[in-house]
Structures are given as C-alpha cells and as structure tokens.
Design a protein around this ligand. Sequence first.
Ligand SMILES: Nc1nc2c(c(=O)[nH]1)N[C@H]1C(S)=C(S)[C@@H](COP(=O)(O)O)O[C@H]1N2
Ligand SMILES: [Mo]
Length: 412
Amino acid sequence: MKNKLIEIGQIAPKFSRRKLLGGAATAAVAIVQTAQGKNLQQAITVGDLPDDPTKVVGTLAGEVGTRSSFEKLVKKPSDISSRSPLQDFYGMITPSDLHFERHHAGVPTIDPNKHELLIHGLVEKPLVFKLSDLKRFPSVSRIAFLECSGNYRTGKETLSPQEICGLTSQSEWTGVKLSTLFREVGVKPNASWFLAEGGDAAVMTRSIPVKKGWDDAIIAYAQNGEALRPEQGYPVRLFLPGWEGNTSVKWLRRLELSDAPFMTREETSKYTESVNGKIRQFSFDIDARSIITYPSYPQRIEKGWVEIRGLAWSGRGKVVQVEVSTNAGKSWQLARLQEPILDKAHVQFRYLWEWKGESTEIMSRVTDETGYVQPTYQQLIAARGADGGYHFNAIASWQIKPDGAVLHKPEK
Ligand SMILES: Nc1nc2c(c(=O)[nH]1)N[C@H]1C(S)=C(S)[C@@H](COP(=O)(O)O)O[C@H]1N2
Ligand SMILES: [Mo]
C-alpha cells in the first residue's frame, strides 16, 4: 500500500466517504485496524490496489451499492434513445440503470405526490387516481421484455449486439392490473379502444384495444424491486407485455375509453409499416426474435470449446426452441434454454461449439409457441417488400474469421 494511513478524526471534512465516492470514480475508503487496535480510515484508488486484499479491511458498508469500477457497462446514447449493452449481460434481467431508453421529448421530472391518473370516457364513473390510490389495489409482478419496434440495424461489419438490437430490455414490473381499474371505473360494454396519454413534453398518445386492457396490461409503478426509474416512466407507466414498446406509454396521466381508435400521430404517420405498398397499422405484437450475444463483435474467440450464448423472445407467448447454426445456416442444432421460460420474456440460450479455426458464420433462430419461426432477412424482405421500417426481427449472423475475430454480417 502506497497510501499513508490516516486517522479518521484527522481526515473527516476533507475525505468524507461521500466526497470520495462522488469525486474520483475509482476512489473508495477502507477502515483499517492497526496493530494497536485503532481504526484508521484509508483512501484506496483502483490505480493503487493493495497487493493482498486479505491484509486490508475493505470499503465500509454504504447507503447504496456501486458497480465494480472494473466493469464498464454503458448504454450508447443518441439524441433520441440509448441502447442496452446486451453482450455484457448475464441471466435474463436487465439491470435497471442499463434498461434501454427511448424518449420523444426527454425525461420529465414529475412529483409523485402531485401526479394523477385520470380514467374517463365510456365509463360509468370517471375517476382520478393518485399514486397512493394505485398502490392500495391488489398488486401484480411480472417479468417481461420491452422492445422498441424500431429495434434493427445492419449494414456494416462493426456492429455489436447492442447496436444491432439494444432497444430491448427485461425487468420485473410491479403495479396494478388495468383490468382492476377498469372494474373500478365501470368500463361500458361499447368501449372497444382506449387512449393512453403521457405527461411528458411529447404528450405521447396511443390507441389500445380494450381487450388488451382486460387481458394483461399493467399500470406499473415499480421495476426490479424499486420504484420505476425516471427514464422508464416514473412514477407510473402503462406496460403492455409483448407489444411494441411505443404502446407502453410512460409518465401515464390519462386513459380515455372510446368506441374507436383515436388516430393519433404515433399510429398514423409513425409506427405503421409499408408492406408491399400497403400500410400495416396497429401492428402491436413483437414477433419472435433471437440474437447471439457471445461470441459477437468486437470480441475474439480462441480455438477449442466456445459456449455460444444469446437471448430469444417472442411477444406472442413462450419461446419453445432456439436453434444454432455454426456452418452459415446449412444445418441447425438445438440450443439449451435456461429455465424459467416465461411468457413474453427474454430467455437465455446456450450451445457448446468446438471451433477448430475455420472461417464460418454462426447464427440463431427461435420458434415460439404459435409455431412461428424467426425469418432470415431475405425471407422478411420477400414477405414485406424492401421499404424497411418497423418490426424487423431477422436472423442476425456473425462471421468468424480464422484469427478468431468476430464481425457482424451485413444484410443486403
Ligand atoms: N410518454 C411517453 N411514453 C413513451 C415514449 C415517450 O417518448 N413518451 N416512448 C415510447 C417508446 S417509442 C418506447 S420504445 C418505450 C421505451 O421505454 P423505455 O424508455 O422505458 O425503454 O416507451 C414508449 N413510451
Ligand atoms: Mo419505440
């Protein structure tokens, strides 16, 4: 240890724990007991690691935990979104601070004590719910993914999983079922659609069939065991399992029941696809998709056994199988799926592959419980035309070079 031991009393104002943690990102404070039995506080930086961690008492218990400063996990922000680093994740839950973000007009700051949700329109009894009211109803928790329908990139070799499809993330969402609130306000039998409106500067609005509201919609106020993050819609968002992310309206402030869709900007000029010259509107379901996250660009592999790992999901139900090809799609082998395999949720898959140094392509394809098989890019273009747009869920391939380099295979 190069740092001199300093007595707690001496360092109090200058090196308070708060200051050290907030200042240099790599700094920490340890309490060290001397031979005389005195407690001493000591600053440690990553650049100045103890030779033997068993000889120094570590950092004190804190108010909030921190990620190891050796782990550099980041979302890649653009002006409108930031993408989850899928290649860095383990298991099926996205750490909340790495959940992808897509904001049409930034993240609003909302006082949870003042926030209200109005439900009106074709209902017996229009009601305003405060957050505390929502929390009094029976609650529900569900692990499910959220994916933006604009989640596809290709076109160059130097793309990582994060760049190809980092606009999908998975959380455990907690809140009240919308069906519970529908009963509370008395939704009228002729109500067939409802409008969901956000309290951000975009005042995001989408029309949702009432059927989805009765089925599995959640008015979510928590995510992964704590209140929603502001980026995810604090204090309350609509969460529609398996449906395109845009419909899960954040900072939710109003639901209006109606007998027709409202034809908002987000469902007329946006979030509709051109399919062979025809417009496909209200394409809510997220189609089945998978991606190999290891090995992927910019990683390298070595000869020998490689555990191919990835994620698979479907907005229409459960994943039933994932196949992996290690010879550019000539033949396919079944991957192992990690339990639990949940409905409308990311599932981890793995496949053990012995790489002998050959140049090849590896890829995965998922089948969901409706029997739908993830298409190739060429199949997707043949079915929809080349206009592109939303809901691109094509198989993505990685080129393996003889030196172990891994590159995305751009689709044409
Ligand atoms: N109020 C509001 N809700 C919104 C948005 C928004 O900009 N404003 N973006 C939507 C889009 S396009 C997506 S993909 C998801 C993203 O949710 P996330 O930022 O929690 O990942 O929220 C949806 N809900
Ligand atoms: Mo989105």
